[in-house]
Design a protein around this ligand. Structure first.
Ligand SMILES: *Cc1c(COP(=O)(O)O)cnc(C)c1O
Length: 384
């Protein structure tokens, strides 16, 4: 069997043609493909505005600046995420407060977040960054109510959940990234994610003020709206009004992203099929636990199980050319965060989860045969 990774991009001839078309056009960057991708993405998630950026981390950084995180500010997030979710707070000199996960859903536990907010007597906590971990969308309606109570903003890290949703109390389907409750949402187009653009990211929001601010910050803080310029020296004139960055996406990446977006729903259906098959293969086993409370809106970026003898199983599968992965090493236990006082024992559910978690191969082009091979090897290992 050839190498089976945990995640993989899928590039079609149509994708390649879309990139070639841009390479033959007048614009490699700052051209029309950017707005086309942004508009299509905004429509896909049901948000008013979308801003394409160079990667998901840049998206987080721009959000952190736009929300005005300053030294002394604190922001709550989950330790079971890619480190970028937390790092954006540090880029602006803020302090990261990790709160433990719910051991059943693996998501940031809203009750723990509430506890921390209730004990924040000096009102240092300014925001919350929930993560739709593995593709399971958090109940953003509940987070909005909590954030409003404590005057906090919300960044939804939706890197794992394009096309995912949850149902709110009125039983409406609320798309991940729709801006219905979060102030800002972010996505990544790294090849392991649902939509691959090589590198790339997207910010979505319904807030026009934040939208315009981030548009300026994406391009050096140069005012993008001609009417907002303070002076005007002529047709050549541009005006830098604040300190920004170059976090732009190229047009050929945008064209690739747009082409991939056209197949996103198809990919999502395939991911759900794969999930169902894993679920039934490993049902009712004392040594394999699943992410529970699984909902229809799960976008299945990852299919995670918690297992006994995890290290041994990882090595066994590698020998069979199956490259399962661990998501994630708790962020608070990274040497960087340990220097701020975080230590083993601080977040027991996240730490226990890390000891057993395993991400099985999950991507639309995984064949039935390959998936059956993966399942068989796990059966062989545990002999059931
Ligand atoms: C991938 C990812 C990011 C960062 O995105 P990049 O495009 O790699 O910078 C942030 N948060 C989560 C949860 C991710 O999975």
């Amino acid at each position: 069997m050839k190498k089976i990774p945990y995640g993989r991009h899928n590039i079609t001839d149509e994708d390649i043609q879309a990139v070639i078309n841009v390479l033959k056009s007048d614009f490699l960057t700052q051209g029309p493909s950017i707005k086309q991708f942004e508009d299509a993405f905004a429509k896909y998630v049901g948000a008013r505005f979308a801003i394409a950026v160079s990667n998901g981390t840049a998206a987080l950084h721009l959000n952190a600046i736009a929300l005005n995180i300053k030294p002394g500010d604190k922001v709550i997030t989950t330790p079971i995420t890619f480190v970028a979710s937390a790092n954006c707070v540090r880029y602006c000199g803020g302090e990261v407060v990790f709160a433990d996960i719910d051991p059943e859903t693996y998501l940031l536990d809203i009750n723990k977040v509430r506890e921390i907010l209730e004990n924040d007597i000096n009102k240092e906590i300014k925001g919350i960054i929930p993560v739709n971990f593995a593709g399971r969308v958090v109940d953003m309606e509940a987070y909005r109510a909590l954030a409003d109570e404590f005057n906090c903003w919300i960044i939804e890290d939706a890197c794992h959940s394009p096309g995912g949703y949850f149902n709110n109390m009125a039983n409406q389907k609320i798309m991940s990234g729709s801006g219905a409750y979060a102030d800002l949402s972010i996505f990544s187009f790294h090849p392991v994610k649902h939509i691959a653009a090589g590198e790339g990211g997207m910010i979505t929001t319904n807030d026009e003020i934040l939208y315009k601010k981030i548009l300026n910050l994406r391009t050096h803080g140069i005012q993008q709206d001609p009417e907002k310029k303070i002076e005007n020296h002529g047709v050549w004139y541009y005006e830098m009004q604040e300190l920004g960055y170059n976090y732009r996406l190229t047009d050929f990446q945008a064209a690739l992203g747009l082409s991939q977006l056209g197949r996103a729903d198809e990919g999502l259906l395939r991911r759900k099929e794969i999930a169902k098959k894993y679920e039934s293969a490993f049902k009712n086993l004392s040594f394999i636990k699943h992410q529970s409370g699984v909902i229809d809106g799960h976008a299945y970026h990852l299919y995670i199980i918690e297992v006994d003898r995890r290290s041994e199983l990882v090595n066994y599968l590698r020998e069979k050319n199956i490259f399962v992965q661990i998501h994630y090493i708790p962020a608070h236990l990274m040497p960087y965060y340990k220097q701020y006082g975080w230590k083993n024992g601080d977040l027991p559910f996240a730490e226990k989860y890390y000891k057993g978690c395993l991400s099985l191969p999950m991507y639309p082009s995984l064949t039935d045969l390959e998936q059956e091979f993966v399942i068989d090897q796990i059966r062989n290992f545990y002999a059931f």
